[in-house]
Design a protein around this ligand. Structure first.
Ligand SMILES: C=C(O[C@@H]1C=C(C(=O)O)C=C[C@H]1O)C(=O)O
Ligand SMILES: NC(=O)CC[C@H](N)C(=O)O
Length: 765
């Protein structure tokens, strides 16, 4: 018989890891997920509880003492005479214990993403030993688990209403890690059984499910439930209804794919990471480049040159206006003025220009329904055969809003590409691909000429530096403002509102004289080689004018997918390179609790983002150290599997996981809101234009017609909204309770320098 579990989520970034752990105990378990504020009061939920075997109350930001705003109906629920088995995790545990008269206070040494020995309290020393032992049945006396908490539960000395079940010892002394509330079937743990670095999490859940089953049987709690067929039908109806309270619709309904004629011409080449740049230098038409400038395993094995033409559809979304504009690349009927009118909220009726009033949620659906008709079944082996390419800004993700009152700027720009050149750096191959059998012969010839002279010509190195005599005005964030934002982050981390905050700043660079973006890009890529470099100068209206340009040397893959699986490579943990540093010394630093915790939190967050849509997720690399030009980074690799069995495809995973967890911190929703409304608000006052993150912290990449995708995080990059008149550079890093102001300020500068160095060097010329 199916066991129905109600999971109450407090908008945490680890909830779906727990849901997965519950589901993994048997295929006869159905988990229904609601938020702690799905209902305005516990009374509204109470009527449905008879349909559930038990309740699991998840972790989350906030403090139970703050009431409904932080914990929704949970306080009310635990203050009722609830005769339903409950397992509370972390925040859920704290609310439960508060209702039983415990004290909630701040830990003096806060633990976020740290593994501790948890000690099971021996049952002989307690009167009600047998029932209490059951939650930790078959456990060793100590086991390892991850802690993510700022607050602790203390049982008052004279209390008889709380039975401690396990604890741990650290600088705070003894800290309660698990308990049962007397005379109730309510249990809870302070640690996180679902973390990928916790042991025996599944056993905790299965022990709890056994307790729940025994309790329900002894109390004859669910007896009436299955007596009548109509009761059972009613139960199914209610559960189906509750299952829909959190929107899980897909971007598009997966069609059955068929073959289509794609023309591909391949040529052998000697692999050279600079070849794609040389090809671009030889072109006399607009192009976008997603290039690897380092040849490494499983990241950046390919460089892709995408060639827009007059049949290319351009999608631009403006979050400030809730509007999408759709037109063809450089359609002569559409002028800059018409776009200006359309983005000043005027009605514009021009042939060839489609103005859609929609929010970003519907923008995903617009591109989904467009791509549905373009997807084909052939050549799943190639990374890209043509499709949508472009840039999605930070404010395209969930929980973020572009509230900037100033200039209207694109939050997303995607262009449909039918002709492309792929350089396979591993196999030594260049391919000319056309979805429409119309790859331009002159472009093919130019590229073949470059290959014929055997690649890298010396002229390119002249282009790989900025012109002499051009000065650059640089406006940087001040240390004072940074320190204020750092302190605010610490306040929220200490209060329990966040576990990790990715604090970012922006710098503005204004050249005295316009410098061609392609030249800046070549300078940048030479100074900061990276596996995910991108050049996106969108000049989709008139030749030579661009309202969005991105030059990126990103080290970080956000998400790559094919029809079967997906991969994310979150980076968290940074060490600056200097003359004395070696991979070994950097590894030592990167394996300290601060960096370990930083990476683990984002790793668990990413597992959560995938588990929300997929059944099988694995951690394929746990915190490897990677070396880059100016720094070392700690990288983990997470994979999602069996996409073909799921109603979701890669684009759903992308939509759903933005903004990238490594750019937000955890838990995502609360931290994004705190960053946007409180922490980063004054930090970018030095900028001439808006202070929203914009392109920085977003992603760049493609959705190919063979349903593959690859998107990198927009970091170590610069971008312009005004046709290269001014550039913005973002830089930041994760703040945790173990961070120091000096350390973070320096780390931010190290990252900023990876791109800013080219302007500084040039100004010194
Ligand atoms: C925020 C940036 O980088 C992010 C933060 C990192 C960190 O905190 O260690 C590492 C890589 C990125 O995910 C940046 O480069 O601006
Ligand atoms: N992970 C959690 O549930 C944290 C609970 C609470 N906000 C704390 O920080 O202690």
């Amino acid at each position: 018989m199916v066991v129905n579990v109600l999971f109450i989520d407090s908008y945490d970034s680890f909830s779906y890891n727990l849901v997965k752990l519950i589901r993994a105990q048997s295929d006869q378990i159905h988990v229904t997920i609601i938020h702690n504020n799905t209902f305005a009061s516990f009374d509204e939920l109470r009527q449905f509880l008879t349909y559930f075997d038990c309740i699991v109350v998840g972790p989350g930001p906030g403090n139970p003492k703050n009431g409904y705003e932080d914990v929704g109906l949970l306080n009310e629920m635990f203050c009722s005479e609830l005769q339903v088995p409950v397992l509370g995790i972390c925040l859920g545990f704290q609310v439960m214990c508060l209702s039983a008269g415990c004290t909630i206070s701040q830990l003096s040494e806060i633990k976020h993403g740290q593994v501790y020995d948890i000690k099971v309290i021996s049952s002989e020393s307690n009167e009600e030993g047998s029932s209490r032992k059951s939650l930790f049945e078959n456990y060793p006396t100590t086991f390892k688990s991850v802690r993510y908490h700022s607050l602790k539960v203390s049982v008052n000395a004279d209390s008889t209403s709380v039975y401690p079940l396990c604890d741990t010892t650290d600088e705070n002394g003894k800290v309660l890690m698990g308990a049962q509330i007397a005379a109730t079937p309510w249990y809870g743990v302070q640690y996180h059984p679902e973390s990928c670095c916790s042991d025996l999490g599944g056993l905790l859940i299965s022990n709890f499910l056994t307790i729940a089953k025994n309790f329900n049987k002894s109390q004859q709690r669910l007896n009436s439930r299955y007596r009548l067929a109509e009761d059972d039908l009613q139960r199914q109806k209610i559960i189906a209804l509750l299952d829909k309270t959190i929107d899980k619709t897909s971007v598009y309904k997966k069609p059955t794919l068929t073959d289509s004629k794609i023309t591909i011409k391949e040529h052998k080449i000697a692999p050279n990471a600079r070849l794609a740049l040389e090809f671009c230098n030889s072109l006399a038409v607009p192009f976008f480049l997603m290039s690897s400038s380092t040849i490494q395993d499983n990241r950046g094995e390919h460089s892709i040159i995408a060639l827009p033409n007059e049949r290319s559809t351009v999608f631009t979304h403006y979050d400030q206006l809730h509007k999408t504009l759709v037109y063809k690349w450089r359609d002569r009927r559409i002028s800059k003025d018409m776009i200006a009118a359309a983005t000043s909220n005027n009605e514009v009726n021009v042939e060839g220009l489609d103005c859609i009033n929609e929010d970003k949620g519907n923008f995903w659906k617009t591109i989904g329904s467009f791509m549905k008709d373009q997807l084909v079944s052939n050549r799943p082996d190639l990374p890209f055969i043509g499709g949508l390419v472009g840039v999605l800004g930070y404010e395209m993700g969930s929980f973020t809003v572009n509230r900037d009152k100033g200039k209207i700027v694109p939050d997303a720009k995607l262009v449909f590409i039918e002709n492309s050149i792929i350089v396979d750096l591993k196999k030594g191959k260049v391919s000319f691909i056309s979805l429409n059998n119309n790859f331009p012969a002159d472009i093919e010839k130019r590229v073949l000429d470059v290959i014929a002279v055997d690649g890298v010509k010396s002229t390119s190195s002249d282009l790989a530096q900025l012109p002499h005599g051009v000065g650059f005005g640089i406006k940087m964030p001040t240390k004072e403002k940074y320190a204020e934002a750092f302190e605010k982050s610490q306040k929220y981390l200490h209060q329990g509102d966040s576990y990790e905050v990715c604090l970012t700043t922006q710098t503005e660079v204004r050249p005295e004289k316009r410098v061609d973006p392609w030249r800046i890009f070549q300078t940048l890529i030479r100074r900061n080689p990276a596996p995910f470099a991108s050049f996106f100068e969108f000049s989709d209206l008139e030749a030579g004018w661009s309202d969005l340009c991105l030059l990126s040397t990103s080290p970080e893959r956000f998400l790559k997918w094919d029809r079967d699986s997906c991969e994310l490579r979150p980076i968290k943990g940074t060490v600056k390179k200097d003359e004395s540093s070696t991979l070994e010394s950097a590894t030592k630093i990167l394996k300290t609790p601060k960096e370990f915790g930083e990476n683990l939190m984002i790793l668990d967050l990413i597992r959560n983002d995938l588990y929300e849509l997929l059944d099988k997720v694995t951690v394929d690399e746990l915190m490897s150290v990677e070396e880059y030009e100016t720094l070392y980074q700690l990288v983990s690799v997470v994979k999602g599997h069996k996409l073909h069995d799921s109603p979701y495809s890669g684009i759903d995973l992308l939509r759903h996981s933005l903004p990238a967890g490594s750019m937000t911190g955890a838990p995502k929703k609360n931290t994004v809101q705190l960053l946007q409304d409180e922490i980063e608000t004054d930090l970018n006052a030095h900028l001439t234009s808006s202070g929203v993150r914009g392109v920085y912290s977003g992603v760049t990449g493609y959705w190919s017609c063979n349903d593959r995708g690859d998107w990198s995080v927009n970091i170590r990059c610069m971008y312009s909204y005004d046709d290269a008149e001014s550039w913005r550079l973002g830089a930041g890093g994760a703040i945790t309770v173990l961070s120091t102001l000096e350390g973070e300020w320096e780390e931010m500068h190290t990252k900023l320098s990876s791109a800013l160095q080219i302007f500084r060097d040039s100004s010194n010329n």
